[in-house]
Ligand binder design. Structure first.
Ligand code: DGL
Length: 257
């Protein structure tokens, strides 16, 4: 089979990367996708960098062994721990990572207060420190580690009172001292966008990095002449390290939300 017809792999620590997969399907509908979530080892955001790097390398190896022509690391945490080493290991394969959308948020509101919600690991990492330093002159960037947020999404628990209470407590400070924009710096968080918007206020603009990441993958495939020439809509295959039918069903549901 020609390389162009091979699927694009999309990887996350769990079901969160489906928020990026949706954007990919919007701009690259003719492609086939393998979506792999490592829910068995999630949450990545509570682990140390070396552990997450190893899990990311293992996942990439598993996906390339299935013939993937490119890889989207649809996880901010795995990207900060492992994307650089993956690019060194596979220099000829398009590999795209995701990072918190601090750039568009700072540009949208120069001098504004920008809240960046992400996992504890993403916020601790050098990659984020550098990103923050780069845009700090343009806006006031407020990092907020959100331990536990991804677990609600991983359970498919998106509308419960417990979830609302968790978010109200997490965002309490920023309801008293409002922000201009929120960056969802973890791919699980777009599934909580509605509730975050309700709590933080309807005038606050919410950004995430999914669309930019999808556009970057399209650009990289075009450059490598790897776009699928098919005229038909592509297919998505879901895989998860938990080998649990319920997880795959949740993936399908989230994709169609
Ligand atoms: N979805 C991942 C991200 O974008 C993190 C979730 C986790 O902690 O595993 O950072």
């Amino acid at each position: 089979m020609s390389k162009k017809m091979q699927p694009i792999a999309v990887f996350d620590s769990g079901v969160g990367g489906i928020s990026v997969l949706k954007e990919l399907i919007k701009i690259l509908p003719k492609e086939d996708y393998i979506y792999y979530g490592d829910s068995k080892n999630a949450p990545y955001g509570m682990k140390d960098k070396e552990k997450v790097r190893k899990l990311t390398i293992d996942a990439a190896g598993y996906l390339f062994a299935q013939g993937a022509k490119g890889l989207v690391v649809a996880c901010n945490t795995a990207t900060s721990a492992g994307v650089r080493v993956l690019r060194e290991m596979y220099p000829d394969i398009p590999i795209v990572g995701i990072e918190p959308a601090v750039k568009p948020a700072s540009r949208f509101k120069p001098g504004g207060r920008i809240l960046v919600m992400a996992t504890p690991m993403t916020i601790r990492e050098e990659k984020f420190r550098k990103l923050m330093a780069k845009y700090q002159a343009e806006a006031q960037i407020l990092p907020l580690p959100c331990p536990g947020l991804m677990d609600f999404v991983e359970r498919g628990d998106l509308h419960s009172n417990d979830f609302r209470k968790y978010l109200e407590e997490l965002l309490y400070e920023y309801r008293i001292h409002p922000v201009d924009a929120v960056v969802l710096g973890c791919t699980h968080y777009p599934f909580a966008k509605e509730m975050i918007q309700e709590i933080i206020g309807k005038d606050v603009v919410i950004f995430d990095g999914g669309e930019g990441t999808a556009r970057e993958m399209k650009r990289r495939l075009l450059e490598a002449d790897l776009l699928n020439p098919s005229e038909e809509k592509g297919e998505v295959v879901f895989q998860n390290s938990l080998k649990d039918e319920k997880k795959i069903n949740l993936c399908e549901q989230l994709l169609h939300l």
